[in-house]
Write a protein that binds this ligand. Structure first.
Ligand code: SF4
Length: 334
């Protein structure tokens, strides 16, 4: 059993988890909202430490990260559980799974790093489910990864606490955060969370210097309203930076957890959202039909991507970190 260090005992004796913005108060024998942190005999236990449910090699573009080591593979892993309950979740089989220590073999952090090195991956991604809820495991993997010269990535819903962010900061190179909507009602209704903490996290991440990209799932009738998308793009441009990449991805009802009756995203809705991002001044907006990275100064192609994003399907033209046409610095990090 792995005792977490991210908690304190409240004056009334209840354990309070300090890892994410839910700040659950957890009584003896009970678990937090994520169901993977449990008060056992007065200690807060991380039930999924070492219990990776899913491991595989993905293109880094699939995270999605387009301005960080493009064309490379990343060793990806995650554990059961999540601090959100998104009805649209496409990984719900593991995000909504209960921790099962007996059915899930223990995989030590060293093994995750060995797997990445054996597979030839220059980075490790904490992904598939929310890394915040397995932060101790992620941290131990990240520390070993750095010792081995690997980069580290999180794919997050942005609900991590300032304490969590400060703790992972020295070990984290890049993060993609879902900004699902600018409506608090959306977060309450579909995710069991709130909007404001996500915006706070995004501001802090941007200030921290960790490489940041943002993703929005465009769900018909829920997160495709042009006025909302204008506010969202405006937030990125005005409060973060106009060079933060914004990824627009389509919703697929058949693989969602609970939204089978909602239609799939039409290509025209993605195109509308893409134009909203560009009109807001965002320099790099990506969607199914906008996959290439273009120079923000002259429009020359810096990275060309075909659909599967691997090997020769990602071609770079920004040798030396500069645009081949106007010689301005490329926004893409190696
Ligand atoms: S990680 Fe978040 S959801 Fe889980 S117990 Fe801690 S505060 Fe609650």
């Amino acid at each position: 059993m792995h005792t977490t260090s991210f908690y304190h005992t409240a004056p009334d004796g209840v354990l309070q988890c300090d890892l994410c913005r839910h700040y659950c108060r957890i009584r003896p024998g009970r678990s937090g909202l994520c169901r993977v942190r449990k008060n056992i005999d007065g200690r807060l236990i991380a039930l999924t430490y070492g219990r990776a449910l899913s491991q595989s090699v993905d293109p880094v573009e699939k995270k999605p990260l387009y301005h960080f080591m493009p064309g490379t593979a990343t060793w990806s892993f995650g554990t059961a559980g999540c601090n959100f309950t998104c009805a649209n979740c496409q990984n719900w089989q593991i995000s909504q799974a209960l921790p099962d220590e007996e059915a899930t073999p223990f995989i030590p952090p060293e093994k995750i790093v060995q797997n990445a090195i054996r597979a030839g991956c220059p980075s490790i991604s904490c992904t598939y489910t929310e890394p915040t809820i397995f932060a101790e495991y992620a941290l131990d993997v990240m520390k070993l990864a750095k010792e081995s010269g690997l980069k580290t990535i999180w794919v997050s819903n942005g609900y991590l606490s300032p304490l969590c962010l400060d703790t992972i900061h020295p070990w984290l190179d890049a993060i993609n955060v879902d900004l699902k909507s600018m409506d608090d009602a959306f977060y309450r209704r579909l995710c069991g969370a709130r909007l404001a903490p996500v915006l706070d996290s995004l501001r802090q991440i941007r200030k921290s210097g960790i490489h940041l990209e943002i993703t929005t799932l465009v769900i018909p009738g829920h997160s495709d309203d042009p006025a909302m998308l204008e506010r969202l793009a405006g937030f990125i441009a005005d409060e973060l930076a106009s060079d933060v990449p914004w990824h627009l991805i389509p919703f697929y009802p058949e693989i969602s957890w609970k939204m089978h009756e909602t239609p799939a995203t039409e290509p025209s809705a993605l195109e509308t959202a893409w134009q909203i991002g560009r009109d807001a001044g965002l320099q790099h907006v990506y969607s199914a039909s906008h996959n290439d990275t273009l120079c923000a100064h002259c429009g020359a192609t810096l990275v060309k991507r075909e659909r599967q994003f691997i090997g020769a399907q990602v071609k770079r033209f920004d040798a030396g970190g500069r645009c081949p046409s106007c010689n301005q610095p490329s926004p893409v990090k190696n």
